[in-house]
Design a protein around this ligand. Structure first.
Ligand code: ZN
Length: 661
């Protein structure tokens, strides 16, 4: 429970572009910041953040909200967790109120896992420096690998003592329950076996005798661990990882991303290595834009994590056959996600860590810069070696190559691959071009089948989006309506000044807000918007004006109606840059709303009214053809009425509202 006053202070302090910017690489464009949406897969940015309005909106998948909604959605925080995160970031003290039992329960479950993970990380890190065995075994291992204390601390590395339950005993003493210890996988509990005999050690530490690599979320919370064994025990796995839990899902985590994300965005490039030690070693050598997929082979979700920061991935792999195979497995996946992939192959027997140790930082950076290879060519070179003149296998390789090239989304890049590969494979460019075209056709028909078989994963936006106006009639009525709704939401409370001559000839001034003018004009002509969501915005604004005299947009942002909320937010994000072209083409829009609000309101209302009236007249003309005599009378009367209004309107246009100065 956080009191309202504190919530308000947090919301006032939070800058949405800073918060979103911690997770998404944003670029400033006009009044907004834009980037690639973290909630769906996209190649061109359609994710908008408006600092002025404190909101974000994706025009690709429709996801929208404020800074708290972003954290809840992105980090899977609860509402209080999101607020606490913000309070922490902006150094705002939270006065805790008493929690209800239900809230306590919910919070304790996930928080319990986070807390014990953080507790464990601190304990292991402390042992590394202050415990005799920790120093002798763990710390000396890290030092041997050239890691400084500074980098060890930066990655929160630690050591778990080689005793059965040293950590578990310590955690229990500090009040952590067996339940959370088991759920995080830090402790393993063994029950009696089938014969009923109890094992010698019922409770033991999963990571005993291992150096510890904590795994952080993008925002720096400890989610789990990877432990490396230091003895040469053949039976024990070299690495042991935390099992998946409520807070840890290995296929969605990249080792080192928390420490690397800023450097990745800055360099616009991400190095992908095989192991935790390689990551730390690369950072130690000054190559900080490095991550690893730990405990799994690379997954699509992990690639999408990288993609938030950069589309460029350079994969570093050992020259041994396992390393090459791993690299090959990654290639199609990376291409399928539209990444630009390069490869650096280390000399036989070397990995980034050993290379850095042997030759030093400068040489490592030099090697990386000069040995980047194109991934498809690398693949062909490796496989050609295996083909060794076997014509069937060579045909397979050609087919395989065409399939890989087909995954490259950029046409120029694809043609370049075709050129180079045809040379390597000794086939004609035309033949390979045909094979690639065929592979693309097969792929897209497979995609289509998949698309029709499975329902769209994300709720399809029913509304045509601003960047793709879809006029339903020969005139863009929906766009004019949307524009008026936009004026209501963004400028509803701005004042407009209208001057008129009084009966005695003296000049008088009337002050109205934009919302009052729009709503007043709509009501006086008994007009409504055709677009149902625009109409709902109009209705709700009318209600607010009646009750309070002003438009409160937070009502829309916090609306329980997802469709209305998303639509309103999309209008509130200033997509002027997107709309500009389409409006210009139709010649009904003047640039920069703020510069000429009066003119804009007046023109938009005039345009809307004449269009709407024309539409209503056309509708009634259409109905006339099938109407009976009585109905015809009624329809003709309406047509006359609307025509009269149109005429008056035409005369009035341009003089309804005069600017103040
Ligand atoms: Zn999206």
């Amino acid at each position: 429970m956080i009191d309202q006053e504190t919530i308000q202070r947090i919301m006032d302090a939070a800058h949405i572009e800073e918060v979103v910017g911690e997770f998404v690489s944003l670029k400033k464009r006009g009044a907004n910041h834009i980037g690639c949406c973290p909630f769906h897969n996209e190649k061109t940015p359609s994710f908008y953040v408006s600092p002025a309005k404190g909101i974000y909106k994706c025009f690709g998948c429709g996801e929208a909200g404020d800074v708290v909604k972003f954290l809840m959605k992105h980090e899977h925080y609860t509402y209080p967790e999101a607020l606490r995160w913000l309070a922490d970031k902006y150094h705002i003290e939270i006065k805790e109120e008493e929690l209800t039992d239900e809230e306590k329960q919910r919070q304790t479950e996930r928080d319990g896992l986070f807390h014990v993970s953080e507790f464990a990380q601190k304990y292991f890190a402390d042992l590394l420096f202050s415990n005799e065995m920790g120093r002798a075994v763990g710390l000396s291992y890290f030092h041997q690998r050239g890691m400084s204390d500074e980098i060890i601390k930066r990655f929160g590395l630690g050591y778990c003592l080689d005793e059965w339950s040293n950590f578990t005993d310590h955690a229990r003493k500090n009040g952590y329950s067996d339940e959370v210890l088991e759920k995080t996988g830090l402790t393993i509990f063994k029950d009696t076996d089938e014969s009923g005999t109890a094992p010698k050690h019922r409770v033991y530490d999963r990571f005993r005798g291992r150096v510890m690599f904590p795994i952080y979320s993008i925002s720096g919370r400890v989610l789990g661990f990877s432990g490396r064994i230091l003895t040469s025990d053949k039976k024990a796995a070299k690495y042991v990882n935390s099992p998946d839990s409520d807070i840890y899902n290995k296929s969605r985590i990249l080792y080192g991303l928390f420490q690397a994300r800023a450097a990745i965005a800055k360099a616009n490039k991400c190095y992908l290595v095989e192991g935790n030690v390689d990551v730390v070693s690369m950072h130690q050598s000054g190559v900080e834009n490095t991550v690893a997929s730990c405990g799994t082979s690379l997954t699509t979700e992990q690639i999408r994590l990288i993609k938030r920061y950069t589309p460029n991935v350079t994969v570093l792999y050992d020259g041994d056959s396992a390393g090459i195979k791993a690299a090959l497995r990654a290639v199609d996946l990376l291409f399928a996600e539209g990444m630009h992939v390069r490869l650096v192959l280390f000399p036989d027997g070397e990995d980034p860590d050993s290379y850095a140790q042997k030759y030093g930082s400068a040489q490592l950076q030099d090697y990386l810069a000069n040995h980047e290879d194109n991934f498809i060519l690398f693949k062909i070179r490796v496989l050609l070696d295996e083909v060794k003149g076997d014509p069937i296998r060579k045909a397979e390789l050609e087919h395989e190559t065409a399939r890989s090239i087909a995954l490259v989304s950029d046409m120029l890049e694809r043609n370049e691959y075709i050129r180079q590969c045809s040379h390597l494979l000794h086939v004609s460019e035309d033949a390979l071009t045909n094979a690639v075209a065929k592979a693309i056709a097969t792929k897209s028909s497979a995609d289509k089948t998949a698309a029709t078989e499975t329902p769209a994963p994300e709720k399809a936006e029913a509304e045509p989006q601003p960047q793709t106006p879809q006029p339903t009639a020969s005139y863009p009525l929906p766009e004019v309506e949307r524009h008026l709704a936009k004026l209501l939401l963004n400028y509803g409370n701005e004042k407009l000044y209208q001057t008129y001559k009084d009966e005695d000839g003296s000049e008088r001034e009337l002050v109205y807000t934009v919302a009052q003018v729009i709503i007043g004009e709509m009501l006086s002509e008994q007009l409504s918007f055709v677009h149902p969501l625009c109409q709902r915005i109009l209705e709700q604004c009318t209600l607010m004006i009646d009750l309070t005299g002003s438009v409160d947009t937070s009502r829309f942002m916090n609306s329980n109606d997802e469709q209305l909320r998303s639509f309103a937010i999309s209008l509130m994000i200033d997509t002027y840059t997107l709309c500009e072209e389409s409006w210009k083409k139709k010649d009904i829009y003047t640039p920069k709303i703020e510069d000429n609000l009066l003119q804009d309101v007046s023109d938009s209302l005039g345009t809307f009214k004449s269009m709407r009236l024309a539409q209503m007249i056309a509708e009634r003309r259409e109905q006339l053809r099938t109407a009976n005599t009585e109905q015809q009378q009624q329809l003709l009367a309406e047509i006359k009425q609307y025509t009269d209004i149109s005429r008056i309107l035409a005369n009035k246009l341009g003089q309804v509202i005069a600017p103040r100065r």
